[in-house]
Design a protein around this ligand. Structure first.
Ligand code: ADP
Ligand code: ZN
Ligand code: ZN
Length: 740
């Protein structure tokens, strides 16, 4: 407590994480009374420059903490919470994340809060009930339409309405407060029930097979301590059943389970399996929720009321007082890495979090990442394999079609066309996969070879025919009219070459006129309205052709699909990114996993110009694990991640020379200051050098010593930020997943 003889005795201070792009926290003054009330982890309103912001208290300073002479000490505006809303564990997870990813701490803290709390709305917002006090107050209500409208609606609900619902109906809180001042309406706070709800089994678990049993027992031995498991099993080998049975035991102890999945909107069946197995409070946290639903779900998790929390990437930062198990399904999926702003990887954060909570973590996948296999081989993760397909289904057989020698019609080999016909005749379903949407990737003049290029990027325009003919740049989003003739030679024969899903749809429809072709990509799902509609159609046993992009590759169950055709995998194999083959292999196995999940055995056909590609052959003639093992050895030989730690600096400005010069100069500085521990690649122009009219450059830093790498770049990076021209954009990507 403050020393009354000191001159500082009357200055009470707290340290606050303020959401601004600055790397430090800031100190604020407050009264003795406020100081007493303030809790670490609670929100506080502060002014910062000319802005009013909502920060989080990270420390209550004692009197002997020196006052930072660089800043004029300001007073807080208001304490927003009576109690901490972020507990000690989540605070340390956030602090660690900000340090590890070298991102402004206040902005990192923001990612842990739902929008309403970020905006400074009261914690018990959902329980603020507005009621009419005076039923004959028409005369007192001003002529403002807003007030009249609010009063009218409130009179219709004499027992009161929550502020949240009123806001959704377009009635602003300010209007309500104006009426409250005139004593026409009142606000009452209702207690919300956040007591933990018990969980019971709603459905009998399946009898586990040998592999499943072993996995379950192994994981349960690690209850109440940290251990990381890799659950490595093909699609349909029963991973979800393992999750459910491990969860059952953890839930029995009154603990919470956090389940992270790549995209909730695309995996309705996974969710319904959790929901039908357990009775209890299950919450979903994903980007599709509106702000009040999100607050409600977050509070259920944060108070311990909810026992199962299912969410996407950002759910890793939800406060959970009784966390007992983390599950990350499809752990190889790229969507766990945030690719802009605060570039964290939910898989790595989850591992750290399990550590903090001393609980087990399960990473599951049919195609585990090379990073996870590396952790297994270094003994940091326990590998559990599921080698049988759990039900009756068998693993599909994969065939390669050499496009160089095949007879083709419209980019499809005759073999493939015949195979598709056979399945449809047997009333089975076919899935055709092409990871390129639109009609055609190139528009070319037949006379002078002019190509339609985006004026802002180093990229061709993609031709789209729906909802009308146009050119679309998939990199910057710009849209142009379809030219009527060649701008160079005035020739009128412009040809679309290459295939996008929309063109393949046309071809398939011509080849198989009696059958339905259903296209699933970002263009078609936004047009038709919902994926659910398409989904219902797939679940009926009618012979149809499903045609789609990446969206179709993830976690779905298509029981009637017996043939999967992958039209083009070569673009994946040709990429400059050293992870390209890993991603292509994962995609092939994931797409292949859609076939033969029912009673019929599935088959997969891959079209390629490179049937002799060595890794591709390991994948097809052996399996994914052999492929991964070989890839791991190659990475080790080349000292690529995960055998060295990487940091990617992206630099963007109006001139490539400026980028190069700036990065070059700072590369020298780093080289001199880091005892040769850091290997520097570049700077080089990015794979797509010009995007949206700006030039991009990359520089990659690699080191075997992660701690030293991070240590050396810390001050260096700060310095770069200070010295960069204001028109230049710099980003730092720790453990980058994509080099583009
Ligand atoms: P994954 O998550 O690895 O894709 P699932 O757990 O979804 O595998 O299992 C695939 C299918 O097999 C599901 O329909 C599931 O109900 C069934 N299944 C899983 N485990 C068993 C088991 N032990 N006995 C019978 N059927 C099982
Ligand atoms: Zn021309
Ligand atoms: Zn563009």
């Amino acid at each position: 407590m403050p020393n009354s003889t000191s001159t500082l005795s009357s200055i009470y201070r707290i340290r606050v994480a303020v959401p601004v792009p600055v790397y430090d926290c800031f100190d604020y003054m407050l009264s003795a009374e406020q100081y007493q009330q303030a809790e670490v982890g609670a929100r506080v309103a502060v002014s910062f420059g000319r802005q009013n912001l909502v920060g989080i208290i990270v420390e209550k300073l004692s009197n002997d903490t020196p006052i930072d002479p660089r800043f004029k000490l300001k007073a807080i505006s208001e304490l927003l919470d009576e109690q901490a809303i972020l507990d000690a564990k989540i605070l340390s997870l956030l602090t660690w994340s900000a340090q590890y990813y070298q991102f402004p701490i206040g902005e990192v803290f923001q990612s842990a809060l739902p929008a309403f709390l970020r905006q400074g709305k009261p914690y018990n917002l959902l329980a603020r009930i507005w009621k009419v006090l005076d039923l004959n107050a028409e005369a007192k209500v001003t002529r403002s339409e807003k007030q009249q409208n609010a009063y009218k609606i409130l009179k219709l609900h004499p027992s009161g309405t929550t502020e949240n619902i009123l806001n959704l109906a377009g009635i602003e809180t300010a209007t309500l407060k104006a009426l409250e001042k005139k004593i026409i309406i009142e606000c009452v706070l209702e207690n919300q029930d956040f007591r933990p709800q018990s969980v019971t089994l709603a459905q009998m678990p399946l009898t586990p097979n040998q592999d499943q049993k072993k996995a379950i027992q192994h994981i349960l031995k690690a209850q109440n301590k940290y251990q990381a498991f890799l659950l490595d099993g093909l699609t349909g080998s029963g991973k979800t059943e393992v999750y459910l049975q491990v969860m059952q035991e953890v839930l029995k102890q009154g603990k919470q389970v956090l389940v992270l999945v790549p995209e909730i909107g695309l995996t309705p069946q996974t969710i319904s399996r959790f929901q039908s197995r357990f009775h209890g409070h299950i919450v979903l946290l994903h980007s599709g929720l509106n702000d009040s639903k999100r607050l409600q779900a977050w509070q259920s998790a944060q108070t311990g009321k909810a026992s199962i929390i299912l969410g996407t990437r950002s759910a890793i930062y939800t406060p959970l007082p009784n966390l007992g198990l983390i599950i990350l399904d499809e752990e190889h999926d790229l969507s766990f890495k945030q690719q802009e702003g605060f570039r964290y990887h939910a898989r790595d954060v989850a591992m750290y979090r399990a550590h903090l909570h001393s609980c087990p973590i399960i990473l599951g996948s049919a195609t585990p990442s090379i990073e996870s296999y590396a952790l297994v081989s270094s003994g940091k993760m326990t590998n559990l394999e599921l080698n049988q397909r759990a039900g009756v289904a068998l693993m599909p057989k994969i065939h390669l079609i050499d496009l160089k020698i095949a007879q083709k019609q419209n980019g499809m080999s005759q073999t493939l066309i015949d195979e598709i016909q056979k399945r449809l005749d047997k009333k089975e379903q076919v899935l055709v996969f092409l990871n390129r949407r639109g009609y055609a990737p190139v528009l070319i003049c037949e006379s002078c070879a002019w190509q339609a290029k985006c004026p802002h990027c180093d990229a061709n325009f993609t031709v789209h025919r729906q909802p009308y003919q146009h050119l679309h740049c998939h990199h910057c989003g710009s849209i142009h009219r379809m030219p009527e003739h060649c701008p160079q030679c005035k020739h009128t024969e412009l040809k679309s070459i290459g295939m996008g899903t929309a063109k393949v749809e046309e071809h398939l429809q011509q080849l198989f006129p009696k059958f339905d072709v259903i296209r699933v990509d970002r263009d078609s799902t936004s047009r038709i309205g919902s994926w659910q509609k398409i989904y219902d159609k797939i679940q009926k046993s009618e012979p149809i052709i499903l045609l789609g992009t990446q969206m179709l590759a993830k976690g779905h169950h298509f029981p009637y699909v017996t043939l999967v055709a992958i039209l083009d995998i070569d673009s994946g194999l040709l990429s400059v990114d050293f992870r390209a083959t890993e991603r292509t292999a994962q995609l092939i196995i994931q797409v292949a996993g859609r076939a033969g999940r029912g009673e019929h055995k599935g088959e997969v056909y891959l079209q390629t110009l490179r049937p002799d590609h060595p890794l591709l052959n390991t994948l097809i003639h052996k399996d994914y694990r052999h492929f991964a093992h070989q890839t791991l050895k190659e990475r080790q030989a080349a000292l690529l991640p995960p055998f060295r730690y990487a940091v990617l600096i992206r630099c963007e400005s109006k001139s490539q020379e400026q980028n190069q010069e700036f990065l070059q100069q700072h590369a020298q500085v780093l080289k001199h200051g880091s005892e040769n521990l850091i290997d520097i690649w570049g700077p080089i122009p990015a794979p797509m050098e010009r995007k949206a009219g700006r030039y991009q450059a990359h520089m990659v830093l690699l080191s075997v010593d992660r701690a030293r790498l991070h240590f050396y770049i810390r001050a260096w990076w700060q310095n770069m930020l200070h010295q960069k021209p204001s028109t230049m954009k710099l980003t730092l990507d720790i453990d980058p997943q994509e080099l583009s």
